[in-house]
Design a binder for this molecule. Structure first.
Ligand SMILES: CC1=C(/C=C/C(C)=C/C=C/C(C)=C/C=O)C(C)(C)CCC1
Ligand SMILES: [Fe+2]
Length: 567
């Protein structure tokens, strides 16, 4: 492999007790737990909580002698906690993506990821490299779907941000077919954070790069139900429709984005000055640099706020903008008295991606991982009807509930100035029944000087107060809210979070909190190597009646008596 290969030699793996905390969390390859193993439950899991918590995240960071550069490159490791009658069963399985299979077969990294450019053929000289380049000008992206899980009708998919998703069996964690979004909608990239409406229809956004001379952001809808559902080959994806598209401001440098916002009648898309350079991407392979190096934050530019009216499927004509910022996660959005309010976790630069380079996470972590801009919960307010006669410089937001402002400028432009709600939080979740509607609570991971969460937090956007859960040497994952059946209050439910421990005396566990009080109801400890995951979902048995859909045929059972009940 040439020097420009972008992969390093893997160091020898140390044992758990000797390894520094950050190496346990980030550096080490995690072992699969293919057979379901019963957890030791302390406390009491509410009897109504029955279903599968299914989550995704990077688990393998080295293959043979080669190692990935960035934590977001790691091979996808799915894990699940099956909760039945107060018991918890854990299992984990690497996603058998084409990427995983090719890497394992070659015993080295052969597929490029976000922060690592890899070469399928060991390039010996400049001629073979140039030849190899010519056949890779339009790169085929990875199907290492490590970020999230998406539900489409009765199907579940592991997702990343490329054009590929992988169908999975949510019960066995088995990897099923590879789906190329491009077969159904012209997108080269798509988010791993789709939205769902009350009927379960999926709404997502992707980028179509230089297609017929245009680069567009494409909002598309995948129906939950399709005609003749259940018949072989009748998949919802076949019925994907383009909902609306927005032409990118720049043909060759579209914005990078990780999620979007939605209200009952509108969609919010932020075209941020964190952009991908398509020409750099087209030459990345021969230059031996990663995709990540083709992304740059342009602090001198604006962030454009696009509002799409779902009824007309057209963008609102007023040009709303705000200061340059980087957003990964939208929290929620809603309409109030002719205004649209949306809450996001905002950064002042793109340093977050920089911090997740494994080299920064391994040694001298405290110094290397200081965030140069703190993730901040910000509320924006956008006026839905701009009075043409309003004075230039006047604030168009008259809501008593927020200090966010929208200042009228000349040429029909409106400058939006957010209200700062809270600093130091990431991986936000809400009670999804309140998605797009007025809401009060944000459940998130608390991050202070470093991007690695040490606590989970419940933040009340109304009273601006918070409740927290944390324990020494415990690293919580994104907190997921599950409502109590028949709940009336927004916080009537529980919080689930998978906790990784770096205390050799403490096993990793699934934490169950009362969402109202943030007190611990139960924990389910498992003697496994658990990875710090990214995102996922809870599949409640109530959604399925029996808790098992007929198409999720069991392929593997446990042999040691610790068997997850087969419903
Ligand atoms: C492979 C690949 C990509 C992957 C991006 C990833 C994997 C991003 C992960 C982001 C996360 C986890 C953010 C958390 O807040 C790009 C840049 C889209 C485009 C080029 C090919
Ligand atoms: Fe995310």
């Amino acid at each position: 492999m040439g020097p420009g290969s972008g992969t390093f030699k893997a160091p020898n793996q140390r044992s758990r007790s000797e390894a520094p905390a950050m190496d346990i969390i980030f550096g080490r390859n995690k072992k699969e737990q293919r057979e379901p193993v019963r957890a030791t439950v302390t406390g009491k899991i509410p009897s109504w909580l029955q279903g599968i918590l299914l989550r995704n995240g990077p688990g393998m960071h080295t293959v043979g002698e080669t190692r990935y550069n960035h934590w977001f490159d790691g091979l996808a490791l799915l894990h699940s906690f099956t909760i039945r009658d107060g018991e918890v069963y854990y299992r984990s399985k690497y996603l058998r993506s084409d990427t995983y299979n090719s890497n394992i077969e070659a015993n080295r990294i052969v597929v490029s990821e976000f922060g690592t450019m890899a070469y399928p053929d060991p390039c010996k000289n400049i001629f073979s490299k140039a030849f190899s380049y010519l056949s890779h000008t339009i790169p085929d992206f990875t199907d290492n779907c490590l970020i999230n899980i998406m539900r489409c009708g009765e199907d579940f998919f592991a997702t990343t941000e490329t054009n590929y998703i992988r169908k999975i069996n949510p019960q066995t964690l088995e990897t099923l077919e590879k789906v190329d979004y491009r077969k159904y909608v012209a997108v080269n990239l798509a988010t791993s954070h789709p939205h769902y409406d009350a009927a379960g229809n999926v709404l997502n956004i992707g980028t179509s790069i230089v297609d017929k001379g245009k680069t567009k952001y494409v909002i598309f809808k995948i129906p939950a139900m399709v005609p003749g559902a259940g018949k072989k080959g009748q998949r919802p994806l076949k019925y994907t429709e383009v909902f609306c598209s927005i032409t990118a401001r720049s043909l060759l440098s579209p914005s990078y984005y990780h999620s979007f916002g939605i209200t009952e009648n509108y969609i919010i898309f932020l075209e941020q000055p964190f952009r991908m350079d398509i020409l750099k991407m087209a030459t990345a392979y021969i230059r031996g640099v990663s995709w990540a190096s083709c992304l740059a934050f342009h602090g001198e530019d604006k962030t454009y706020i696009h509002i799409i009216d779902q009824r007309t499927r057209k963008p609102v004509l007023t040009k709303f903008y705000t200061d340059p910022m980087v957003i990964f996660h939208h929290v929620n959005a809603y309409e109030e008295d002719g205004c649209l309010l949306f809450d996001v976790i905002a950064y002042g630069d793109s340093s977050l991606y920089q911090l997740f380079y494994l080299a920064n996470l391994n040694q001298n972590f405290e110094n290397n991982s200081r965030l140069t801009s703190v993730p901040t919960l910000k509320r924006f307010a956008v006026p839905l009807h701009v009075d043409k006669n309003a004075e230039v410089g006047s604030n168009l937001i008259k809501l008593p509930s927020t200090t966010a402002r929208a200042l009228k400028e000349k040429d029909d432009q409106v400058y939006c100035q957010p209200e700062l709600l809270l600093e130091g939080l990431e991986l936000p979740r809400i009670n999804y029944a309140h998605n797009g509607k007025r809401y009060r609570y944000v459940f998130a991971a608390e991050v202070q000087w470093s991007p690695i969460p040490t606590k989970i937090i419940k933040y009340d956007v109304l009273t601006k107060s918070s409740l927290k859960w944390g324990e020494e040497h415990c690293w919580p994952a994104e907190p997921l809210f599950v409502p109590t059946p028949g709940a009336r209050d927004e916080d009537d439910g529980i919080i689930l979070s998978a906790i990784v421990s770096t205390d050799p005396q403490k096993l990793p566990f699934l934490l169950v909190l009362d969402a109202r009080t943030f007190t611990e109801l139960a924990r389910a400890s498992v003697d496994v190597e658990m990875h710090l995951d990214l995102h996922g979902l809870f599949i409640s048995d109530a959604d399925w009646g029996t808790g098992k859909h007929p198409s999720w045929e069991e392929q593997d059972g446990a042999s040691d008596g610790h068997v997850a009940p087969q419903t």
